[in-house]
Ligand binder design. Structure first.
Ligand code: HEC
Ligand code: HEC
Length: 198
C-alpha cells in the first residue's frame, strides 16, 4: 500500500514537473494575450506602428511599461493598458518578451544608414549609435539600452521624431539631443538599416 501511494505521489510529481517544464511561460502568456492584438503573437510584430517586443531586454521593457503607467511616456492606448499592470505583471511580461526570438524585416537595407549607425554624423555631432546600442544593435541588457535590430522602419522613425520634438523621453535621456540633430532622411536611412540588418 505504502509503495503504491509513494508511486502515485511520484507520478503526480512527475506529471506536475512535466507540465511546468513544458509551459514555463504559461502565466505570462495568459497576461500577454491582450498585447498580441497590437504587438503580434509572442511580440514578433503585427503592424508597423506597434513596436516589436520580441528579444527586447527586460530592463528596457520594464522601464517603458512603468513610464506608460506613470504617463511619463504619453501614448493613450499604452497608458490605459499599463495602468492595469501590477509590478509583478510588468516583471513577468518583460521577462517573457525578452525570451522570445526577434524577427527581422525583408529588404535591401541602407548603406547611409549603416554609416550613421557605425560612425555617427561628425559634422552634426551625432555620435555613433553603436556606442550604446552595440555593434549588432542588440542593445545592452545590463544598462537597459534597447535592442534596435529588426524593428519596423515606421516605428523607429516615429521614436526618433518623438525624441527630437521632445514628445518622448525624460529630459536626461541622451536620445533627445541626438535625434534633434538628425534630418528625417537620416532617421529613415538608419531605421531602414536596422530593420533589415543581418
Ligand atoms: C491597442 C494597441 C496596443 C495594445 C493592446 C498594447 N500595446 Fe503596447 N504599444 C502600442 C503602441 C501604439 C506603442 C508605441 C507607442 C509609440 O508610438 O511610442 C506601444 C509600445 C509598447 C512598448 C514600448 C516598446 C518600445 O520599444 O519602446 C511596450 C513595452 C509595450 N507596448 C508593451 C505592451 C504590453 C506588455 C501590452 C499588453 C499588456 C501591450 N503593449 C498592449 C499599442 C498597444
Ligand atoms: C549615449 C548612448 C546612446 C547613443 C549614442 C544612442 N542611443 Fe538610442 N537610446 C539610448 C537610450 C538610453 C535609450 C532609451 C531611452 C528611453 O528610455 O526612452 C535609447 C532609445 C533609442 C530608441 C527607441 C527604441 C524603442 O524601442 O523605442 C531608438 C530608435 C534609438 N535609441 C536609436 C538610436 C540611434 C539611431 C542612434 C544613433 C544616431 C542612437 N540611438 C544613439 C542610448 C543611446
Amino acid at each position: 500500500m505504502k509503495t503504491i501511494l509513494t508511486l502515485i505521489g511520484a507520478l503526480g510529481l512527475l506529471g506536475w514537473s512535466l507540465t511546468a517544464g513544458a509551459q514555463p511561460d504559461a502565466p505570462a502568456r495568459q497576461k500577454a494575450a491582450v498585447c498580441a492584438g497590437c504587438h503580434g503573437e509572442d511580440g514578433r510584430g503585427a503592424n508597423p506602428l506597434f513596436p516589436k517586443l520580441a528579444g527586447q531586454n527586460a530592463k528596457y521593457l520594464g522601464r517603458q511599461l512603468r513610464f506608460f503607467k506613470e504617463q511619463t511616456r504619453d501614448v493613450p492606448a499604452m497608458n490605459a493598458i499599463a495602468g492595469t499592470l501590477s509590478d509583478e505583471d510588468i516583471r513577468l511580461l518583460s521577462e517573457y518578451y525578452a525570451r522570445q526570438k526577434p524577427r527581422l524585416e525583408e529588404g535591401e537595407g541602407s548603406p547611409e544608414g549603416k554609416r550613421i549607425y557605425r560612425a555617427g554624423i561628425a559634422a552634426k555631432k551625432v555620435p555613433a549609435c553603436m556606442a550604446c546600442h552595440g555593434p549588432d544593435a542588440e542593445g545592452n541588457g545590463l544598462a537597459g539600452f534597447p535592442l534596435l535590430k529588426g524593428q519596423y522602419v515606421a516605428y523607429t522613425v516615429k521614436a526618433l521624431s518623438d525624441y527630437a520634438s521632445g514628445v518622448r523621453g525624460e529630459a536626461k535621456t541622451p536620445m533627445r539631443d541626438i535625434a534633434a540633430r538628425m534630418s528625417e532622411e537620416e532617421m529613415k536611412a538608419v531605421a531602414t538599416y536596422l530593420a533589415t540588418m543581418k
